[in-house]
Design a protein around this ligand. Structure first.
Ligand SMILES: [Zn+2]
Ligand SMILES: [Zn+2]
Length: 137
């Protein structure tokens, strides 16, 4: 886990949207769901679950897209980088794209969710817990 607070910041590809955390992430995971795949244009998304109260945006605020009746996604309106996912059911937390962190190298996920949607040609070489759907299952 990342303990250097200078590492708890990041932003989009163009640098317009920046974020900073006041506390360390609550969880680190890979999501294989189809919506993350489409939203990121990638076979998988690595997410850092963070406390909403610990997060501060700076620069140009990200644009918000309602991706389902239950959730929204945030992305940079300038460069399109996917940045965040937020479930309406859990307004006190949200997920930030680990790849957007300045020190993404230090934030290694420790579990997989929605493995039931994993693309058959993509897998990671690890023995981390694999949940068929969300964490509850
Ligand atoms: Zn940008
Ligand atoms: Zn997902």
């Amino acid at each position: 886990m990342l303990t250097d607070t200078e590492g708890w910041q990041g932003g989009c590809l163009c640098g317009s949207a920046r974020f900073r955390l006041a506390d360390q992430p609550l969880a680190l995971l890979y999501c294989h769901c189809r919506m993350c795949q489409r939203a990121a244009g990638a076979p998988i998304v690595a997410w850092a679950t963070v406390s909403a109260a610990s997060l501060t945006w700076s620069g140009t605020p990200p644009r918000i897209y309602r991706s389902s009746p239950k959730a929204t996604r945030a992305f940079c309106g300038e460069c399109g980088s996917p940045l965040a996912f937020r479930s309406d059911a859990e307004p006190d937390r949200l997920d930030l794209a680990i790849a957007a962190f300045d020190r993404a190298d230090l934030l290694a996920p420790d579990q997989h969710i929605w493995v039931s949607s994993r693309l058959p040609w993509f897998d990671t070489a690890d023995r981390l817990p694999r949940h068929p759907t969300d964490l509850e299952s």
